[in-house]
Design a protein around this ligand. Structure first.
Ligand SMILES: [Zn+2]
Ligand SMILES: [Zn+2]
Length: 343
């Protein structure tokens, strides 16, 4: 028989890894509670209960913790612990920091031209301060009038402004872009020729968020098939906090993510605290579908450009590594990728 392990250490280690993985706190408490019970009881009486099959009579010991203790006492690494070590072995902070360090820029940011609070220059300065190599300016499109979406003329003017700034700020690069509304029929709310000129096109659903699942799925897949779209922004549209909380939109994630993978588009990991979109369950599905992702801030002010860590936390928890992240690429590679969609 193998040497018995220390059940207390195993239970506590599981609680730690659950916490590191931001799992629900009731689950963490179950393992810490069981560890406390075992510590109070002592090892011999515990082994006695194990032999007599009466572990579950002890306070705070349930089915899963009982199994963990029995495995421990038999000298086996508990299955629950082994699974956690395989996926969550790296502490969250460390894993997320490695992803954050791999990011070279941000593909979703707004300026005062639409509903942001600052100029392009101020946003670029903040991005440089954060060590970014590039920042895409992606203001809203015409039909989002509440956000002062840019007409084709205003967007053309912005392209000239960016060109001039880029001469001044090189080697830093401001990438031209848009957060274009995905219309109800899946078309994009800006002139195709103008979209073709932009470095980065983020496409997002901002209207009819409560459409039925089938219509929303067709709408999103149609947009992903559009050669101009590069990144699908905040795909569920949920709002977790604030005045206007709202549930995620209904769509078939497997179809949508399969389309994104097929057309080599990226799913955005939106870092805004009120969005944190997509939810982790969906982000894991996107990874399983082999989608690229873009970890973006959707900043509407300079300080918000620092929010990338939120997205990195979640990306790490969902098993995302740098080769999957489009904004871990240097600007030239990123642009080669966005241009590959237009071919
Ligand atoms: Zn906005
Ligand atoms: Zn948006």
């Amino acid at each position: 028989m193998a040497e018995p392990r220390d059940p207390i250490a195993d239970l506590k280690r599981i609680a730690f890894l659950l916490e590191a993985g931001q799992e629900p706190s009731y689950r963490v408490r179950a393992f810490r509670g069981a560890a406390a019970t075992v510590a109070e009881l002592g090892v011999e009486p515990l082994a006695e209960h194990a032999r007599g099959g009466s572990l579950r009579e002890l306070p705070g010991i349930g089915e899963v913790t009982e199994r963990t203790i029995l495995e421990s006492l038999r000298g086996e690494e508990p299955v629950y612990l082994r699974r956690l070590e395989a996926t969550g072995g790296t502490p969250l902070a460390e894993g997320a920091a490695l992803l954050r360090a791999a990011l070279k820029g941000d593909c979703h940011a707004h300026t005062e031209a639409s509903d942001g609070g600052s100029s392009i220059r101020e946003m670029a300065d903040a991005a440089m301060e954060l060590g970014h190599e590039y920042l895409a300016i992606t203001d809203h499109s015409p039909r989002l009038t509440v956000a002062n979406g840019l007409s084709p003329e205003r967007l053309r003017g912005q392209l000239d402004e960016i060109e001039a700034l880029n001469r001044e700020l090189a080697p830093f690069r401001i990438l031209t872009g848009i957060e274009v509304d995905i219309n109800e029929d899946g078309t994009l709310d800006q002139e195709p020729d103008l979209l073709a000129r932009l470095d980065v096109v983020v496409g997002s659903v901002h209207s009819m968020l409560r459409s039925e699942e089938r219509a929303m799925t067709v709408r999103m897949v149609t947009a992903l098939a559009n050669p101009h779209l590069d990144i699908l922004g905040h795909c569920t549209g949920r709002m977790k906090t604030g005045k206007r909380t709202r549930p995620p939109s209904a769509f078939d994630p497997e179809l949508v993510f399969a389309a994104a993978a097929r057309f080599d588009k990226a799913i955005e990991v939106n870092s805004r605290p009120e969005r944190l979109d997509p939810p982790k369950r969906l982000l894991r599905l996107a990874v399983e579908a082999d989608c690229r992702v873009s970890i973006d801030t959707d900043a509407h002010a300079p300080g918000q450009l620092a929010w990338l860590g939120n997205g990195c936390d979640r990306a790490f928890l969902c098993g995302i590594t740098p080769p999957r992240i489009v904004n871990a690429m240097p600007a030239d590679e990123l642009l080669a990728w966005t241009r590959s969609h237009e071919a």
